[in-house]
Write a protein that binds this ligand. Structure first.
Ligand code: LIP
Length: 301
C-alpha cells in the first residue's frame, strides 16, 4: 500500500496520511517518548561505530551499479539498530536499506515500522567525505511520528517528533522561508543509477534549476539535504530515484521545521514509496521548483 504524506501548510507541519488517523498506540504520548529516547540512544551508539570506521580501510561492495556502494559498516550498523529495536519492541516492523538489498520485502503496513538507512551517503563514507548520516524514522499506521538524522562526523543530531518541532543538537530549527526560486539555493542529487536517458532528464532538470535559481548543491545524502532545508542552509530539495529509507526521517524533520513536502509530479501528497520527493521552505518556492523539473519514474519501493 502506498503512503501519502503532506505538510498541509507553510505555517504548520501536519503530516497527513490517506489511512485513518486513529492510532495503534495505547498511550501515544508516552509511547512516542519511549520510542524516541530509545532510538536517540541507538543513533548515538551507531554514530560511534561509524565515526571509528570513517578513517579506516573499508571493504567495499557494489549493488545495482558500480556507483551504488555498500560497506561492512553499513551492514553492521543496520544489523545493530534493527536487533536492538526488535529486542525492545518485538511487535514492531522494520524496513532497512541493506536488509531490502539482501532480499527482505520492503513493505510499509499499519504496524509501527522503523525505516532505517544505516549510512545515508555511503559513497561519501567510502571517500572520507563527512556528509554522511544515520537515518531512523518511525511510522505508525503509515503516519511519520519520529525522525532522527545523525551526522556523527560533523556532530549534528537532527530530530523531530510529530507536532513537537524540529531540532539540531537540541536547538529548534526552522526553514529559511524563501519564496522565490530566483533567490533560492537548491539541493539535488545525481543518484547511483547510470541510465543515460534518466541522467539526461536529470541534467536537464539541473540546467533549468541553475538557470533560474542561485545555485545547486549535491551533498550525496538525501537525509542531510532535507535537514539542510529544515535549518535554512538551503531553500529546497528535489530528487527522483531516492528510496523510502533515504527520506522518511528527513521528511518529518523538514515538516516540523515548517517545510513543505510534495510529490514533484503532481504537487500533491508524497507517496513515501514512489521514489520521488520535493521539499521546500515555502509552498510558493515548491511550486516554482516543481515547474522546472521533468518527471521521471522509478520502480516503487
Ligand atoms: C544516497 C541518497 C542520495 C542519492 C544517492 C544515494 P545511500 O543514499 O541519500 O540522495 O542521490 O545515490 O542513494 O545509498 O548513500 O544510502
Amino acid at each position: 500500500m502506498s503512503v501519502a504524506v503532506d505538510c498541509s501548510s507553510e505555517e504548520t507541519a501536519d503530516i497527513l496520511v490517506e489511512s485513518q488517523n486513529s492510532s495503534l498506540l495505547e498511550n501515544e504520548t508516552e509511547d512516542i517518548e519511549e520510542f524516541f529516547n530509545v532510538a536517540m540512544e541507538l543513533a548515538k551508539n551507531a554514530g560511534k561505530v561509524v565515526r571509528s570506521a570513517f578513517s579506516e580501510k573499508k571493504n567495499i561492495n557494489t549493488k545495482l551499479t558500480g556507483q551504488d556502494l555498500v560497506t561492512e559498516t553499513d551492514q553492521a550498523v543496520e544489523k545493530m539498530l534493527i536487533s536492538s529495536l526488535k529486542e525492545r519492541f518485538p511487535t514492531h516492523s522494520f524496513i532497512g536499506e541493506e536488509s531490502v538489498s539482501a532480499g527482505k520485502k520492503c513493505e510499509l503496513t499499519d504496524n509501527p515500522t522503523w525505516i532505517i538507512d544505516p549510512i545515508d551517503g555511503t559513497n561519501n563514507f567510502v571517500h572520507g567525505n563527512p556528509c554522511i548520516a544515520i537515518s531512523i524514522g518511525l511510522a505508525v499506521k503509515k503516519e511519520l511520528l519520529i525522525g532522527i538524522v545523525y551526522n556523527p562526523i560533523q556532530e549534528r543530531l537532527y530530530s523531530a517528533k510529530k507536532g513537537q518541532g524540529a531540532y539540531c543538537n537540541n536547538e529548534e530549527v526552522t526553514v529559511s522561508g524563501q519564496t522565490e526560486l530566483e533567490n533560492a539555493l537548491i539541493y539535488s542529487e545525481f543518484g547511483a543509477h547510470r541510465d543515460p536517458e534518466k541522467l539526461e532528464i536529470k541534467f536537464g532538470n539541473m540546467y533549468n534549476i541553475i538557470m533560474n535559481g542561485h545555485g545547486i548543491r549535491a551533498q550525496g545524502s538525501a537525509a542531510l539535504d532535507m535537514c539542510g532545508i529544515a535549518c535554512g542552509e538551503a531553500d529546497a530539495y528535489v530528487e527522483y530515484g531516492i528510496h523510502v529509507w533515504d527520506i522518511a526521517a528527513g521528511i518529518l524533520i523538514a515538516c516540523e521545521a515548517g517545510g513543505i513536502i510534495m510529490d514533484p509530479d503532481t504537487g500533491g501528497k508524497v507517496d513515501l514509496m514512489s521514489r520521488r520527493i520535493l521539499c521546500a521552505s515555502s509552498r510558493s518556492l515548491a511550486n516554482q521548483l516543481k515547474n522546472q523539473v521533468t518527471p521521471q519514474s522509478f520502480p516503487s519501493d
